[in-house]
Design a protein around this ligand. Sequence first.
Ligand code: NAP
Ligand code: ZN
Length: 351
Amino acid sequence: MRNVTAYATPSAKAPFEKTTIQRRDLGPRDVLIRIHFAGICHSDIHTGRNEWGEANFPFVPGHEIAGTVEEVGAEVDKYAVDDRVGVGCMVDSCRECANCRAGQEQYCLRGMTGTYGSIGADGRPTDGGYSSHIVVDQDFVVGIPEGVDLDKAAPLLCAGITVYSPLKHWDAGPGSKVAVVGMGGLGHMAVKIAHALGAEVTVLSQSLSKQEDGARFGADHYFATSDEATFEQLAGSFDLIINTVSASLPMAKFLSLLTLDGTLVSVGAPSEPLEVPAFALIGGRRSWAGSMIGGIAETQEMLDFCAEHHIGAEIELIDGDDIGGQIDAAWDRVVDSDVRYRFVIDTRSFA
Ligand code: NAP
Ligand code: ZN
């Protein structure tokens, strides 16, 4: 076992504290990663505030990890010391079920091993990326190409892949009209990636306060959902809607914006159920779908795509003094939709 520095919250409403956690000794196929940057995802907050059920405390969140390889196990052949690497939301899966064999490890039929909140290969609870180091099997490590800085790359490991996967699955590209609901961490990545794929992109945000940013990220159009006229004006407009909102929305109103055969994909994961009247789907033969992160191969494909198109996240960096207090404040700002557009913790000073 190796002692490493981390930030943890001891209970659902408590402030973050600096602490020491243990990482397993390197197995033959393990990689020891020195974490440089860790993104703050709204899922960290849902989990840490018990919004998705009772979490394990003390809780070390973080599943948007970017860093460099510090040490490798004897049989590691994919990575070498100093390689730029990333880890996302999962660190293992059964590797045998149909979904794992299809490269969709996130849908492992036996349940993938989460980067935090799961039981790891050593039988102990997994701890996330708000820490100085992590040990991960090489098959769940991805390479970060030179074209994107590590701080702006960290959020790609969850926010980036979570929107890239459905955009690809539902064929966003030239000629398609894509709407992104909510322009936070996931939403701003969806705008950038959908634009780079060649789609016509519309942002549906609560207000017009971030309209200029949306245009800078590649949005062609921007509307406020607080304005009822938006729904009349845009009825039947979109082939694909990506809903990134962390709270419950009136789904029928958003489904009414789809074209014939259009699809609304929920990636946002509010704790409350979403309500969908059957008539919102029947008229217009509409589909409502969900999507969870992406497989390891697709995550690598997304990173290569983003590097090629010079796409990284827009970040606010947490570094210097009082890291715990800054994480607490960042969580509150994310919940208040006051994030521009991803908080990233500089973890290099933890060690
Ligand atoms: P975020 O940065 O907080 O972004 C969510 C955005 O939704 C906000 O910035 C805001 O955008 C909008 N919003 C928030 N509350 C709203 C409300 N009450 N009504 C209308 N709009 C509201 O969060 P995130 O990190 O992008 O994550 C978004 C959601 O996706 C979370 O539920 C998270 O757990 C989930 N998630 C799912 C996956 C997956 O695999 N499916 C992966 C990662 C995260 P505007 O101000 O522009 O309206
Ligand atoms: Zn996440």
